[in-house]
Design a protein around this ligand. Sequence first.
Ligand SMILES: [Zn+2]
Length: 400
Amino acid sequence: MHPTATDPDAAAQTPVNLHSLGRVRVLQALTDAPALSRAELVRRTGLARATVGSVILELITAGLVRESADGVPSGQRAGRPPQLVSLDPEAGYAVGLDVGHDHVRVILTDVVGTSRWDRSETIAVDDDPERALDTAVRLITSAVQDTAVPPEKILGLGLGIACPVDKATGGLRAEGIMPGWVGTRPADVLAERTGLPTRIINDANAGVLAERRFGAARDCANVVYVRLAAGIGAGMMSDGRMLLGHLGLAGELGHVVVDLFGAVCRCGGRGCLETVASPAAITGLLARSWGQPVGSVDLAALLRRGDRGALRAVEDAGEAVGRALSTVVSLLNPELVVIGGDLVEAGEALLEPMRRTLNRGTMGSLHQRLRIVPSLLGDSAGARGAAALVLDGVPEQLGK
Ligand SMILES: [Zn+2]
């Protein structure tokens, strides 16, 4: 018997709303897999077949899921065509915002994560949070207007930011990283200005979410994502769970020391990986040797031309990342390392020395089955991962 409002004893013994729980379980299963038969939904949710049937009917009526034939030609079918249930992509939308050191990017996705709008603007972010947030709000407004998505269907805003994020408070640990942002609470500001429920995450953690859901790490439960950009950071998943650490600051790979006598880092340390392997560090090396400024665009062109100095600088950076990753791999035993960020455009010139150094620095059993691959999502990983943070809450949000 179902508890009802007039049955207080039953309600007291059953604090969980079982009906809602069924909806949430079905929506979760459909979030994890793009299309499922009713039999598969029964298996994955552990719900009775009749319950799955009534939940699907409700969700179809509410416009949240749809049912369609599986594509088998009718002549080859015996009996009733099998139907597959999937989320209706237009059941809801998410906004993903990536705030890097030198850009602001906004993506609007549907509920299955397909990008419907995507724009990036280059601006200097570190010292001017107001301008960066103004830019973000303007881009979000354009995204909603251009796509004509009903605002009430936008489930939330995810903010990925190139700065350590305190997991308990959502506050930034911006000292030395994004100096102008110390003491700011960008998620609160954006929630107020956009009216959207807003969640915040470090950009490398957003990257691992995105690669696992949409990119190179699909179906990988043990994965490290490394972002080699103006800042260097890592997002790590172990047995499918994100590793955030005590405060949420785990994965600061860019501030692992790789050269005791190296340059002083913006964090106050010396010889951090970021001082050796960020694109700015590499172009800085070339600028010193040539006596003239070298931009990041120039680096890509130099590598294509096979410039020996550029190749050497990238090779050394790859080795430094490989050394830092040796420790990560020895501690976490991932099956996959995904390399993202601007520098991955260097391709094998970067990845080959990285693999070589990593193999030298780890036990054979740790690296023999380890794959190191470039990101499939490229520059969009941060914004798509921030949107994925919202999409992760879809079953609970829509199933209530
Ligand atoms: Zn540092």
